[in-house]
Write a protein that binds this ligand. Structure first.
Ligand SMILES: [Zn+2]
Length: 351
């Protein structure tokens, strides 16, 4: 088994030509699969909706069938498949357990894909894959200390410290969205915890937080005439609407975004204090699809004035890999599998 594992310890420089790699991004809505060369250049990309029904093997089978069909002529020369998936994961088994954002919440990926493809399949949490992609292809190039933060439906992170991809005993060393940023625990997180960052600033939870704020705040008549207040009254408020209305200059929406960013500043400061990164790259729909003057700059500014960071403040920037970052991360896992991750993936022993 050890000999087989050695086969997958490729790195970009060492990989031969005529070798191909596959990256897979398993998200709640879409699955994206890409075929790349040994240097990571994308040759083909296939995107299709994530199956919403089926059993615990359906997602793995759809991925295997798609690779076999779409990349048929390359199949023999595909060396490794990398996967970044929404979690939580049982890394040893290569399975997803109770994913809140995927319709089939619990499913197997590792063993059925290894059985079907007869190739190494390297699985990681989507944000873990993303930070590895950032190191190989993005702003993390040449850096040893990198954090990737996604501000999206949830808040997640991937962390590299001194070139080591942090994993933890079960692969959860980077669950930054569940750090406490409010000891009074005004909001309850989807995980059940109180005061978690994600409960205040993630796309899925912003509407609940805004409802709470609007109940608490003494609003002026002017504020009650704002479009965001109407959406609140009609109970159709979304995170997207909050940022869009703020962008248009709606004062109540701006006040709300300002409040959300207080929690983002606390979250970022905790991340900086704990991991001491050289660079933090930021992705996810909230960061990428809204004006940076609302979504990113206030966080950077807040950190610079708060004096809440005990180390040098890192570069904080949007990821240049955009919405493909998890896919690029999955490709990076295939091209250059982190050794400590590979050693956790017990399902590879069946190869
Ligand atoms: Zn939580």
């Amino acid at each position: 088994m050890i000999g087989k594992r050695a086969d997958i310890e490729y790195n970009i420089c060492g990989a031969k030509s005529m070798e191909y790699f596959v990256g897979v991004d398993v998200g709640g809505t879409w699955i994206r699969i890409a075929l790349t060369t040994a240097s990571g250049s994308m040759l083909r990309k296939v995107v299709f909706p994530t199956p919403r029904e089926g059993d615990k093997y359906t997602i793995a089978m759809v991925i295997a069938d798609t690779i076999k069909k779409e990349f048929k002529e390359y199949l023999e020369n595909i060396k490794v498949v990398g996967i970044g998936t929404a979690g939580p994961l049982d890394l040893a088994k290569g399975s997803v357990i109770g994913a809140p954002n995927i319709p089939i919440r619990t499913f197997e990926l590792g063993r059925p894909l290894v059985d079907e493809m007869r190739k190494p399949v390297i699985i990681a949490n989507d944000c873990v894959a993303a930070v590895w992609g950032e190191k190989l292809f993005g702003l993390g190039k040449g850096k040893s200390n990198i954090v990737y933060i996604t501000l999206s439906t949830g808040i997640g992170g991937g962390v590299i410290v001194n070139d080591l991809l942090l994993l933890g005993k079960m692969g959860n060393a980077h669950e930054i969205g569940h750090m406490v940023v409010d000891v009074n625990g005004k909001m309850i997180c989807g995980c059940g915890g109180k005061g978690h960052w994600e409960a205040y600033a993630s796309g899925a939870n912003i509407p609940k937080f805004v409802n709470k704020l609007l109940e608490e705040w003494h609003l002026s008549e002017d504020e009650k005439r704002s479009s965001i207040y109407k959406l609140y009254e009609e109970k159709i408020l979304t995170a997207e609407a909050v940022y869009k209305e703020a962008e248009k200059g709606d004062r109540l929406a701006l006040k709300i975004v300002n409040e959300i960013n207080k929690y983002n500043i606390a979250g970022f400061e905790n991340v900086i204090n704990v991991y001491d990164p050289e660079v933090i790259t930021v992705g996810g729909a909230i960061a990428l699809r809204n004006k940076r003057e609302l979504a990113l700059d206030p966080i950077i500014k807040g950190i610079s004035v708060s004096k809440g960071v005990v180390t040098q403040v890192p570069v904080i920037e949007l990821t240049p890999l955009g919405e493909d970052i998890v896919l690029m991360g999955a490709i990076a896992l295939a091209l250059n599998p982190p050794r400590n991750l590979v050693s956790m993936l017990k399902y590879l022993e069946t190869l």
